[in-house]
Design a protein around this ligand. Structure first.
Ligand SMILES: Cc1cc2nc3c(=O)[nH]c(=O)nc-3n(C[C@H](O)[C@H](O)[C@H](O)COP(=O)(O)OP(=O)(O)OC[C@H]3O[C@@H](n4cnc5c(N)ncnc54)[C@H](O)[C@@H]3O)c2cc1C
Length: 549
């Protein structure tokens, strides 16, 4: 069957019956705009959604040097993309061309109507996803501009944060871009202000913290002070799955993440073993879809909001966050996953973000393009990183401590590595020392078999060794195993913390009403499908718990 092309999916035309039905479900009223009036301004948060009844609405990208027309919506077409549901800032300005009549719909009403009209919802959601994809693929789309040096850890942090949060941006490297001085002059900034973030002709922030950036682009949402049915800490696959099931089953649900939605899976460039995606899917795409699904059902998602402390009042969990906000909920799901251990090589800490990375995405690949890089680790994530990086760099050295790559890596990945001439496997090898001048330039590696040391010139070391659970924010009464993973259900049979007379539910921790799912849970499978399964299953147990409360 022929696939419809991305343009036609992105810009469908609703027929009169569909427009009338959707308008009814959203309780929308027609509104008239005169020629030149602005319906949505780029940078605006919580902007409205419009369906054109008559006349035209021009969608403009104002982010580059000159404003560019993206498309012109006429009768039956509608404005917006994924940010219309997420509440984040619009990338596009929409302006009436001629007198035009539209249905004006708030984000809340849009969500309501999408849930009431499934057939029209499919068309709109597919269009939202396709529009974001088209903007991403557009060679001349600028989005935000990040100006900074490839050698600066702060520039890397800002780029990484925007990329993980799916904010569209263009990076201008002060080391190589011929027009950078003119740009710096235009924005009135010097190299000491780097990195700077700009939009169109406006300076947005000088070296912003992640939180300042999140506020500026509208991805940090204030938390309501009411009691939620469910608070989810961590928006990786487990947390997002729980958010989709929780919100779709009528639980008031909030999901928080300390950096960005997607978790470890979000940084995967190709997931090939997740059911239903025979050709593979990128972590970014899987995350985009999951976020859209969760927000469509009304889950409230906010980043970057690290949970720092958990306490209990009248049996309710109260989560304290880094920004001083608190969240009270009847139930809480711990879905904070795991992260890779820091490499224990001399000098490593000073090159984090400036040559030492814990993910391999286009942001990192850009920095190391055409050079030699080192990937450390023998698991699937290291294998995926080596294969992905081999398409962008000159050579990948894959370092493992043992002598058999098949031991911890899926055989399909090992075979791919064996078939890639630009990947060289170095067994029984560890990194001893790192050197550079502000940015990593070489490492010393040693063989545990021969004791031989060797210097490898490299601008990038990618480490994927020994995942540790992110549980340092939890109180003692949430019982953990000796490695720090959260114990649940049957694993609590000898717990001194578990007080009720009933047995804990399968995913319930040593505190009633607090559940754990995904990689953070002791004994979990450490796979995307397993995390998604556990996050979904946790909701069933939350219902059980609420019933007997
Ligand atoms: C590069 C890479 C490739 C992978 N590829 C595959 C694959 O192909 N197939 C497969 O099955 N598995 C793969 N995995 C493993 C898979 O990604 C994990 O098993 C899965 O992501 C676990 O999901 P999770 O939701 O439990 O935890 P995580 O994905 O670890 O997500 C946890 C989330 O919690 C957030 N968080 C942590 N602490 C806090 C806090 N205090 N407050 C708020 N938020 C917090 C984190 O920022 C993170 O977003 C891969 C892993 C990596 C790193």
């Amino acid at each position: 069957m022929a696939q419809p092309n991305l343009q036609s999916v992105a810009f469908p035309v609703l027929n009169d019956a569909q427009v009338a039905e959707f308008g009814r479900c959203a309780d929308a009223v027609p509104k008239t705009y005169q020629d030149g009036e602005t319906l949505v301004r780029a940078g605006e948060h919580d902007f409205r959604f419009y369906i054109v009844l008559s006349g035209e609405v021009e969608a403009i990208d104002p982010s580059g040097d000159e404003p560019k027309t993206i498309t012109v919506h006429s009768r039956g077409r509608f404005t917006g993309d994924v940010s219309a549901l997420a509440g984040s800032a619009s990338f596009v300005t929409s302006i009436a061309r001629g007198e035009c009549q539209v249905l004006e719909i708030t984000q809340e009403a849009l969500r309501r109507a999408l849930n009431r009209c499934p057939a029209i919802s499919d068309i709109i959601l597919q269009a939202f996803i396709a529009r974001r994809q088209l903007l991403r693929d557009r060679a001349n789309f600028t989005g935000l501009r990040v100006i900074g040096s490839r050698y600066s850890a702060d520039t890397f942090r800002v780029r990484d944060f925007l990329a993980r949060n799916r904010v569209l941006f263009t990076w201008i490297d002060v080391e190589t871009d011929p027009h950078v001085h003119a740009l710096l002059k235009e924005f009135g900034v010097t190299e000491a202000d780097m990195p700077v973030v700009c939009c169109g002709h406006m300076l947005v922030k000088r070296n912003p913290s992640n939180r300042e950036l999140a506020d500026a682009v509208g991805i940090h949402r204030t938390l309501e002070q009411s009691v939620y049915d469910l608070a989810i800490v961590g928006a990786g696959p487990a947390g997002l799955a729980a958010a989709v099931y929780g919100a779709s089953e009528g639980l008031s649900t909030v999901v928080l993440d300390r950096t960005a939605p997607g978790g470890q899976a979000g940084s995967s460039m190709r997931i090939e073993n997740y059911l239903g995606f025979p050709r593979g899917i990128t972590g970014a795409e899987l995350t985009d879809r999951a976020m859209l699904q969760a927000t469509k059902f009304g889950a409230r998602l906010s980043v970057p909001v690290p949970g720092t402390r958990l306490e209990f009042e009248n049996g309710y969990p109260i989560l304290h966050t880094d920004g001083g906000e608190t969240v009270t909920a009847k139930c809480l799901l711990i879905a904070t996953g795991a992260e890779y251990r820091r490499l224990e090589a001399e000098g490593c800490a000073q090159y984090e973000g400036a040559g030492v990375y814990y993910a391999a995405s286009p942001a990192e690949a850009d920095i190391c393009r055409g050079e030699d890089v080192v990937v450390v680790g023998g698991g699937n994530s290291a294998g995926q990183a080596a294969v992905f990086l081999s398409q962008h760099v000159r050579k990948v050295f894959l370092l493992i401590r043992g002598d058999d790559l098949y031991k911890n890596m899926s055989s399909y990945l090992v075979q791919r590595i064996e078939q890639t001439p630009s990947i060289e496997l170095l067994c029984n090898t560890t990194v001893r020392r790192m050197e550079g001048n502000g940015h990593l330039s070489c490492i010393e590696i040693t063989s545990s078999k021969t004791g031989e040391a060797r210097t490898v010139p490299t601008s990038g070391v990618f480490s994927f060794i020994g995942a540790v659970p992110r549980t340092d924010w939890l109180p003692d009464e949430i019982e953990r195993d000796p490695k720090g993973f959260v114990r649940t259900g049957p694993a609590l049979s000898e717990s001194t913390y578990w007080a009720p007379r009933r047995q804990p539910f399968l995913l319930e921790t040593s505190h009633p009403g607090v559940f754990a799912a995904g990689d953070v849970r002791s004994g979990s499978a450490k796979r995307i499908a397993a995390a998604v399964g556990e996050g979904s299953m946790a909701i069933q147990l939350v219902h059980e718990y609420l019933k007997q409360m």
